[in-house]
Write a new protein. Sequence first.
Length: 396
Amino acid sequence: MTIRDVYVVDAVRTPIGKFGGALSSVRPDDLAAHVVRALVDRTPELDPARIDDVVLGAANGAGEDNRDVARMAALLAGLPVTVPGVTVNRLCGSGLEAVIQAARAVALGDASIVVAGGVESMSRAPWVLQKPERAFPAGHQQLHSTTLGWRMTNPAMPAEWTVPLGEGAELIADKHAITREAQDAFALESHRKAGRAWSEGLYDAEVVPYAGVELVRDECVRDNTSLEALGRLRPSFREEAEGTVTAGNASPLNDGAAALLLVDEEGLRATGREPLARIRTSAVTGIEPQLFGLGPVEAVRRALTKAGRDFADLTTFELNEAFAAQSLGCLAEWPELDPAVVNPRGGAIAIGHPLGASGARLAGSVAHQLAAAGSGTGLAALCIGVGQGLALVLER
């Protein structure tokens, strides 16, 4: 079997909205349709009927993103009804998983042109009510928020596995002796880099604002914050004397969507465009659920090994910043990595982390950065709740 090269022709994303913010009035299927439509509009030579599939990640799926949001997005975007769609879920890695699965289909010859990406509206994530064990219960029933984290947990799960995500970040801070001051400094730098990138127009090539919403840049970027302001925030998951993880050094709750156009050589000719980058390899690994934040450590090493590359070869590395403690913990386990190549345009602490979209945002950003550089090797990676890591290597 011949393995085909897979090219990223284009990558787009919405500005990332904050929880309850500018994008909270927009349904997730509409957000997804917007980025799908934008890809098609930016590639006028491509006949939309040539698209073989739409693969989108979504971490929730309990609200307006139910019933296969990828298929809904394809229809709402005005693609021909003959274009199918499938939704995948690897929690925080869902958007990157969608890109990987789409790339695999193209590489194996099952598809020639695929739209891949992800979407999440954490603002619009519903509360859900379990069915009662018997009919007509007399007592009160509990609603569960589906915005983030564990809910309706199986009692067979060991308690140490099901700690809150922020407590998992605290455990990593304990493991690597990461101070509150180091976490706040990391968060401040994320905001400053993101603010600088926006000021310099580095996101202009990939961000497509949603029509009718007054949001042209990521809503959570606070490039005017300071260590003093971050230091005044109280710990969110432990007592003040012990806690180090705060709302300021963790990623926020967000809304947004991202999508990439992936093609083989034949598909590339059909677009009439020069590709941004080529997809090389990927890797996924598991880890103890409470240490989920360190999930990328082994996944990144495996992906680089499969690509025949090492850390010294990296031009850029987009590492999702779920928490500053989590990111710093990963960096501590990659001593050979130059931290200067990591998140040069800011990370999720500033930009935001709409769960199902983040992986696609990272992959798209790497592709655009490689195109701007003209050549090089890039990497996108995320930690994933319940203990997984996912990584993708791209080249130009």
